[in-house]
Ligand binder design. Structure first.
Ligand code: KG4
Ligand code: ZN
Length: 338
């Protein structure tokens, strides 16, 4: 891998992030989270893009300072072109373009989903990088898919959600429980004190490797409405058990299809990526399959799971080596296939 120094910029949703990579080693990975969305129970696109505008310059400056790098040491600039919220993407894209122009260095577009997967190749993401071909369960607030990764830039989605993403299910069910947004990490924490067998929720019965998470959300909602009629404090009285039971159901749904795919495709290299891969029950289930099914498992370091610019810089580095540069007239795109 080349030793070039590249700046990566991520602004697809509600995190403004900038990172510096040298080879595949991360020198800095700075993120400004947007607290503002908490009070609305979800990301408000207009507020996100305004916050990106406020954050982008300080975040990039901080990434340079932390890495102890001068602007003129940068060989290229990578940015998230999509998928994501258009208004948010535009901020990172415009900034990356103008900086690339003023420094006279190449611009490199990055697909956010590819980046979640290729984050596994960052030097300190794993003790060892995955070997091709591998399966990657990509689970975030916006996406849930099983990807067959044949090579760095040869990926095939073999299964995906037909409705909500797994992270979205955590967040929406958390809202029913009156938890803050994003509820995924809160449910994870509360579940540790609860009994995962306390309540049973419906699981979807889908063919092939596809997922569905809207059913469990509805099943939780109806169950809660029924119980609240009998005991208005039902949620508070049972919060830990509710969280543990919901988490168990979601993780079982995720793992069942991943196990089916691994078995049918005869692949034992199995990775997870995206915000939900921070979930402790998912990590534990992967660990169990390492022992039970002989999987070689790849779980990236926590800071590379949720949205971050380190993964963007990693993909930019791989594209830089291949001479894959982006025209300065390129614009952001809300939809962007793998
Ligand atoms: O990848 P990410 O940071 O942003 C998207 O691209 O969506 O993922 C954010 C999602 C949110 O839905 C959040 O609730 C979920 O990841 N999440 C978790 C955990 N940490 C983050 N879900 C379950 N358990 C966690 N520990
Ligand atoms: Zn993401």
């Amino acid at each position: 891998m080349s030793d070039s120094i590249i700046l990566g910029i991520e602004s697809s949703c509600d995190d403004t992030s900038a990172a510096i990579i040298k080879g595949n080693s991360i020198l800095s990975n700075i993120a400004a989270n947007q607290e503002i969305h908490k009070e609305y129970g979800g990301v408000v696109p207009e507020l996100a893009s305004r916050a990106h505008q406020q954050n982008i310059i300080p975040v990039v400056e901080k990434s340079l300072t932390k890495a102890n790098i001068q602007q003129n040491a940068i060989s290229a600039i990578g940015f998230t072109r999509g998928p994501g919220l258009l208004g948010s993407l535009l901020v990172g894209t415009s900034f990356a373009k103008s900086l690339a122009m003023s420094l006279d260095v190449p611009l490199i577009e990055v697909n956010h989903l590819q980046a979640h997967i290729l984050a596994h190749f960052i030097e300190d993401a794993n003790p060892m990088p995955p070997k091709f071909p591998f399966l990657c369960l990509t689970v975030s607030g916006g996406h849930t898919m099983i990807v067959l990764v044949k090579d760095y830039f040869d990926m095939e989605i073999i299964g995906k959600t037909i409705d909500d993403a797994a992270g979205e299910a955590f967040d929406k069910i958390g809202k029913i429980f009156d938890l803050d947004y994003p509820a995924g990490p809160i449910i994870d924490r509360l579940a540790k004190e609860g009994n995962p067998e306390a309540f049973k929720f419906n699981k979807p019965k889908l063919e092939n490797y596809d997922y569905s998470f809207s059913g469990i959300k509805t099943s939780v909602l109806y169950f809660i409405q029924k119980e609240i009629k009998k005991n208005p404090d039902f949620i508070n009285d049972n919060l830990n058990d509710l969280c543990a039971s919901v988490q168990k159901t979601i993780i079982e749904i995720l793992m069942a299809k991943l196990e089916k795919a691994a078995k049918e495709l005869d692949i034992k290299e199995v990775a997870i990526a995206g915000g939900v891969s921070a979930n402790s029950a998912l990590r534990k289930a992967m660990q169990d399959n390492n022992e039970k099914l002989g999987w070689s498992i790849y779980i990236p370091k926590f800071e590379y799971t949720t949205d971050n610019a380190a993964m963007i810089a990693m993909v930019a580095q791989l594209k830089f080596e291949r001479g894959e540069f982006t025209d300065l007239r390129t614009s952001a795109t809300a939809k962007y296939d793998l």
